[in-house]
Ligand binder design. Structure first.
Ligand code: AMP
Ligand code: MG
Length: 320
């Protein structure tokens, strides 16, 4: 079965083609800015402008034609509505013209499923740290349940906002990381873990007030040490609570080498395994949408075709 995957929940338009579970190509084009964060409508215009050229590149690279595609899986939830709509429009256009069935896919769950596919993790706790989402997810009772999450912004958005205040464009996470490498000077910041949840807005305000009073490098270093420790603490607690022996990382922020290092140390200390896929499967990507969509289609053929910007991971019944 040939599956076309379309990812468009936020800043990235992704197009992937899979043959069964094998990823033939996984293309992505990201909306970036010189200064400032994501503007949803501008990101959607970016997707609209490049969708056919990216699709054609994917077809060229795989030597396939649109007619060869058996199903189209697109990310319909959760995300920025204008961006989700662009992805769904592309899927619908192809469906109308070529009568290819459509499968709507939840983006967060797709992260978890592709991680299991490429790392061979069996039943992990997923620390999903991305731009808009920060969740600790694990499977229990036919659903991927959220054991802990951010109470306000996603960790990536938090890093991007702080980076913006330091004068960097989007995405800011990698710039904070580069800066952090120049310091080991830890400045105490609020550490906000509430039960299993985390919160970043107070830390953000605290950091913002420190700009100009402390070296940027020290702030970047302390910021990472603090917020990553919060994530690792809650992930570890979820592992202890669910008695799971595997941790997996997902989301763009999980590309961060320091977060990866902390995750590996925590797992080693508790005798657990740590699974980290390569970056192309950590960031927003269409291979994960195609993969989950094809699994869903094998079990169920007909779906309501619409976007669902605020669907939660635990709203979805796992039937595949
Ligand atoms: P996603 O929404 O999963 O595609 O992830 C995008 C987010 O990941 C953005 O907020 C980026 O700033 C962040 N990001 C990407 N690379 C890194 C990195 N090396 N360190 C920290 N954050 C990163
Ligand atoms: Mg994501």
């Amino acid at each position: 079965m040939i599956t076309l995957g379309i990812e468009s929940t936020a800043h990235t338009l992704g197009i992937a083609i899979l043959k069964d579970n094998r990823v033939l190509c996984n293309l992505r084009d990201m909306y970036v800015t010189e200064a400032g964060g994501i503007h949803p409508t501008e990101a959607a215009l970016h997707h609209k402008a490049i969708k056919y050229s990216l699709l054609n590149r994917a077809l060229d690279e795989t030597s396939l034609r649109v007619e060869d595609i058996d199903i189209i899986a697109f990310s319909n939830a959760p995300g920025l509505a204008p961006c989700l709509l662009e992805g769904m429009n592309l899927a619908r256009e192809l469906n109308e013209k070529h009568k290819i069935p459509l499968v709507p896919v939840n983006h967060c769950i797709a992260h978890l499923e592709i991680t299991k596919l490429v790392t061979k993790a069996k039943d992990p706790v997923l620390l999903y740290a991305s731009g808009a989402n920060t969740q600790i997810i694990a499977y229990e009772g036919k659903k991927y349940r959220i054991f802990g999450e951010t109470l306000d912004t996603g960790i990536g958005n938090f890093l991007d906002k702080f980076a913006r205040d330091l004068g960097f464009g989007f995405p800011g996470g990698p710039k904070i990381y580069e800066l952090s490498l120049k310091s080991q000077n830890f400045i105490e910041l609020p550490y906000v873990v509430k039960g299993m949840d985390v919160s970043f807005s107070g830390i953000y305000t605290n950091l913002k007030n420190k700009i100009g009073k402390y070296p940027k490098e020290d702030l970047a270093y302390s910021c990472q040490e603090t917020v990553f420790a919060m994530l690792i603490e809650t992930a570890e607690r979820a592992m202890a609570h669910t008695d799971k022996k595997e941790l997996a990382l997902g989301g763009g922020v999980a590309c961060n080498s320091r977060l990866q290092e902390m995750a590996r140390i925590m797992c080693k200390e508790r005798g657990a395994k740590c699974f980290i896929p390569e970056n192309q499967y950590l960031v927003d990507n269409a291979a994960m949408i195609g993969y989950l969509g094809s699994r869903m289609y094998k079990k169920k053929k007909n779906y309501v075709i619409d976007i669902n910007p605020s669907e939660r991971t635990d709203d979805v019944e796992v039937f595949w």
